[in-house]
Design a protein around this ligand. Structure first.
Ligand SMILES: *Cc1c(COP(=O)(O)O)cnc(C)c1O
Length: 389
């Protein structure tokens, strides 16, 4: 019997194809595990004729609120929209100031600009990479209307001290929890400690839709009612619009998909935590700055980011070995052209600037196998050794 393998054998030497590349993130692997459930749900929505909001979105909102421990969840069409509406519902408007960080995804700051307010930056902490609480009070003025910390890479910001400042000065905290689904701060769900918490369900997030989606959570009944109205053209009853509204509704396909995926979020988060712990242990002896998990909280490892001064060389060398890496984020917000009018300069936020120069995100996703992680660790060890020659 002859077997056509496509592999050319010459003598004892066997030329094998190189192992498949390891992506930064593998959404296909997750989909394959859920295919039947998802297909059924999509067919149900398609035949229901309700394609925007509706029962699947409502069910997801209820389940997500329960999951994070909030009274209300309002589904919207993106994390950016969630932040925008949260700021409006908090009463932030033209001429106001909102304190936030330059080391984040740009959308945090977009939302502040959308309401006509000014982003006021404070640097991040050099170990946790979240808002440096010690710098906040010096930036508060009579115009400060909100503090908007970001739970960067899946680690909640120092919400205890931030809420203490906010409560003392009467300034609400709005949480950007777009990277922190299921994270906890002193036992409470990220997104539920501030007045509102904003989530993104962009496909690559820890809980990802198959398109755009987001949500706001809050304990406040009045804010929840206003958010429900604002996302849907501010209609209190059909054809009656109470204020300037938006079309920021979540669509039913995304609600159905998110409802299914939410049931797996805990297991996926535990897998992420195991992979992160293994990285931390196995990379400990290498000349890299590793991420840290602060005490009293639960990091959900949306991204596993290491710092090294020769980041670009390492990335290229890993790429050659079939290992995908990412950059989160190579240009801090205060140095973006779009925010040049804020008047910040290179050197203003040295911690964020260092992260921007040195950051490299390693592959980490719940379906990652042990042998994939072995390959990443071995490759990283090798490319760091090469650099020392
Ligand atoms: C993804 C993300 C957003 C924006 O969410 P979208 O759903 O992409 O609009 C906002 N803030 C942070 C920190 C994010 O990571």
């Amino acid at each position: 019997m002859t077997i056509a393998t496509g592999i050319i054998r010459s003598g004892p030497e066997v030329s094998l194809a190189p192992p498949p590349p390891i992506p930064l993130l593998d959404l296909k692997a997750q989909y394959l595990g859920l295919r039947d459930e998802i297909s059924q749900a999509l067919h149900e929505v398609a035949s229901s004729s309700t394609y925007v909001l509706g029962p699947r979105v409502q069910e997801f909102e209820k389940a997500f609120a329960a999951h994070v421990g909030a009274r209300h969840c309002i589904g919207v069409n993106s994390g950016t929209s969630a932040l925008h509406l949260a700021l409006i519902a908090t009463g932030v408007g033209p001429g106001d100031e909102v304190i936030t960080v330059p080391m984040t995804f740009i959308a945090t700051t977009w939302a502040i600009s959308y309401v006509g307010a000014t982003p006021v930056m404070v640097d991040v902490d050099p170990l946790t990479y979240t808002m440096d609480v010690a710098q906040v009070e010096a930036k508060i003025t009579s115009r400060t209307r909100a503090i908007l910390p970001v739970h960067l890479y899946g680690q909640p910001a120092a919400l205890g001290p931030l809420l203490e400042i906010g409560n003392r000065l009467g300034i609400p905290v709005i949480e950007d929890a777009a990277q922190a689904h299921g994270a906890r701060y002193r036992g409470r769900g990220a997104g539920t400690l501030g007045r509102t918490g904003c989530f993104s369900f962009y496909p690559g997030k820890n809980l990802g839709a198959y398109g755009e989606a987001g949500a706001i959570v809050t304990h406040d009944d009045r804010i929840a009612a206003r958010l429900r109205s604002l996302r849907d053209h501010a209609q209190s009853q059909r054809y009656h619009h109470d204020e300037i509204g938006f079309n920021y509704r979540m669509d039913a396909f995304q609600g159905a998909i998110l409802g299914i995926k939410l049931r797996y979020l805990e297991a996926w988060t535990e897998a992420r935590r195991r992979l992160a712990a293994a990285y931390l242990e196995r990379l400990a002896d290498l000349p890299l700055q590793l991420p840290t998990e602060a005490r009293d909280l639960r990091h959900v490892w949306h991204l596993f980011v290491v710092l090294h001064p020769e980041r670009d060389r390492l990335r290229d060398a890993l790429e050659t070995r079939g290992i995908g890496t990412g950059l989160h984020y190579p240009v801090p917000v205060h140095l973006q052209k779009a925010f040049a009018h804020l008047g910040y300069r290179d050197g203003d936020f040295p911690v964020s600037e260092r992260i921007a120069r040195e950051c490299m995100t390693l592959p980490l996703f719940p379906e990652m196998t042990e042998s994939q992680q072995d390959r990443v660790v071995d490759a990283l060890r090798e490319v760091l050794r090469e650099g020392r020659r």
